[in-house]
Write a protein that binds this ligand. Structure first.
Ligand SMILES: Cc1cc2nc3c(=O)[nH]c(=O)nc-3n(C[C@H](O)[C@H](O)[C@H](O)COP(=O)(O)O)c2cc1C
Length: 399
């Protein structure tokens, strides 16, 4: 492993300049909005919003759930979520696994298009072979993970481990790019740590190797999920390349998404942890977008407790229907979701305790039904706050 400091002073100066400009310009101009579309090669993403890959979360059920929750009130309305992605998948695993078993990793339904498959690994040949399999499976795009900070991934030079070896990344970019026709994108963090910030160089490298887009989670590997995402580095990347730049990190509301676009000029926004607690986020962005520039305050719908109830039922039903071994343990997923989804609901803590002890799908369902029935008996409809802190959300060591 080459360990080298790549941070170039010009990139840092550019980021500092954007940082200063962004600080001075807050809040976002009211005309700022997420773009209606962006193109990654031949693939059109409309609107320019992306559900971030999340290990253990973004399986086919969750992806379809979010995509459908993002439709407008009329079914003719397009989904507010422009692109969904699989969680990161081992290129080695895909390459070495029998075709029948691959289904577990690469399963998706027709209504998920456009969809991207994210790979991690460090061997250029194996990544290229895995990308070919992804293409044959019918994915619209393939993405490389250069952000995963998990020790077991980094130890094998995958994920963010590669951020310390740009020459090797170049070989991967070239080999994978030559292997497939579908758009090839990369998602990375700013660098290993503050002494080795490489995101600008990396974006340039991606451009020169013919990739179609870059996504930056604006934190270093060392940072994990601590502190705030440093959007000024998204601006610095955007300033350095012509290919589309996807901004990622700490978007909780439509206002945040607009602010990120205003401050960085990014071409698309990617949303991770907010989605499990507020599956309406993409629809809210679409509603906000529709009103920006109209002279009115850009408002969007806030879910009521009843909306949340229906949403949980829908997701649980989808999980149970899909519980055929592809997505794994439905009871576990229901518990996980109930935990995220009830943050912000008064009394949610009690529900979480009961759900934690449940032993079957039915017991989770019953606990949720009881909880909402009691709420209904005690209160009228009320709007529920979106969790203000992403720290309440699932933390991962995968991106
Ligand atoms: C539970 C969880 C799992 C994640 N798994 C992945 C992954 O598989 N691949 C990846 O590139 N990033 C992964 N990430 C990182 C997210 O894609 C995203 O970059 C990060 O959460 C910052 O965005 P946010 O502030 O909108 O959550 C994961 C994050 C979480 C919380």
């Amino acid at each position: 492993m080459v360990s080298k400091v790549y941070t170039d002073p010009a990139s840092r100066a550019r980021a500092d300049r954007f940082h200063a400009a962004a600080e001075a310009s807050a809040p976002a101009p009211v005309t700022a909005r997420v773009p209606d579309e962006v193109r990654f090669g031949a693939v059109r993403i409309a609107p320019a919003t992306i559900l971030a890959p999340m290990a253990g979360v973004t399986d086919t059920v969750f992806r379809r759930f979010i995509k459908h929750a993002s439709f407008g009130p009329g079914t003719a309305e397009p989904s507010g979520c422009g692109l969904i992605m699989t969680e990161f998948t081992s290129a080695d695993g895909i390459y070495r696994t029998r075709e029948s078993k691959r289904k577990r990793y690469l399963h998706f339904y027709e209504d998920e298009h456009p969809i991207s498959a994210q790979l991690f690994g460090s061997d250029p040949h194996i990544l290229a072979e895995a990308a070919k399999i992804v293409e044959q499976c019918g994915f619209d795009l393939v993405d490389l993970n250069l952000g995963c900070p998990a020790k077991k991934v980094v130890k094998c030079n995958g994920g963010s481990g590669l951020l310390r070896d740009l020459p090797h990344i170049k070989v991967i970019f070239e080999t994978v790019r030559a292997a497939v026709k579908i758009p090839f994108t990369v998602k990375f963090r700013m660098g290993w740590d503050d002494t080795q910030i490489v995101c600008v160089e990396l974006a340039r490298l991606a451009e020169s190797c013919g990739l179609q887009a870059v996504a930056l989670h604006a934190r270093t590997r060392e940072q994990g999920y601590s502190g705030e995402a440093r959007w000024e580095w998204i601006a610095a990347v955007k300033d350095a390349v012509k290919l589309p730049v996807i901004g990622n990190g700490d978007i909780r509301t439509p206002e945040d998404a607009a602010l990120m676009v205003a401050k960085t000029g990014c071409d698309a926004v990617m949303i991770g942890r907010t989605a499990p607690s507020n599956p309406w986020i993409f629809r809210q962005i679409a509603q906000y977008n529709a009103r920006v520039g109209s002279g009115e305050r850009p408002l969007y719908e806030q879910p009521t407790a009843e909306d949340r109830h229906q949403m949980m039922r829908t997701y649980f039903r989808m999980l149970i229907e899909e519980d055929d071994g592809i997505i794994g343990n439905a009871t576990g997923k229901m518990k996980q979701f109930a935990t995220w989804f009830t943050h912000g609901i008064p009394g949610g803590k009690e529900l979480r305790k009961v759900v934690y002890d449940a032993r079957s799908e039915q017991q989770v369902m019953d606990a949720v039904e009881r909880f909402f029935a009691e709420r209904e008996a005690n209160a009228s409809e009320e709007s529920v706050a979106t969790p203000s802190s992403l720290e309440q959300m699932p933390m991962a060591d995968c991106g």
